[in-house]
Write a protein that binds this ligand. Structure first.
Ligand code: HEC
Length: 108
């Protein structure tokens, strides 16, 4: 009896159109975009985060990544295609960037 249930679940998983939805995939990309996760610098909620506190001439300077959950499409794609500062360069496809943009600005 248990075997029938297991087979049923296997078949329904195989027959499903997409194994995971586009937003589930984008969520995975956000923390693992084939490189250091966006969340490591921009925070799990994409509202920006302090990356490091650096002591310069006895004064603590905060070094942070900006909030990106309200980024416009132009700013978002420019940052990914042409990153400044310490933001890494990723090799994401247009579709992956599009999914990430939607996930970050609509779901986070
Ligand atoms: C190592 C830290 C780090 C990682 C990892 C990182 N970023 Fe950034 N990101 C930054 C910093 C710092 C800036 C600010 C750079 C600048 O001066 O424009 C930035 C800027 C941006 C901006 C532009 C924001 C604005 O208002 O100008 C976007 C959009 C962005 N990042 C998205 C992402 C996405 C999406 C990922 C993952 C694929 C990612 N970042 C990964 C550090 C990081």
């Amino acid at each position: 009896m248990r075997l029938i249930f297991i087979l049923f679940f296997l078949f329904s998983a195989l027959l499903a159109d997409d194994f995971i939805t586009r937003m589930e995939y984008a969520k995975l990309l956000y923390s693992n975009p084939r490189g250091i996760g966006c969340n490591k610098c921009h925070g799990n909620d994409a509202r920006g985060e302090v990356i490091a506190n650096i002591k310069v001439k006895g004064e603590i300077k905060k070094f942070s990544a900006p909030s990106i959950n309200n980024a416009t499409r132009a700013v978002f794609f420019k940052a990914l295609n042409n990153p400044k500062d310490i933001m890494p360069k990723y090799s994401l496809t247009d579709e992956e960037m599009e999914s990430l943009y939607e996930y970050i600005t609509k779901q986070l």
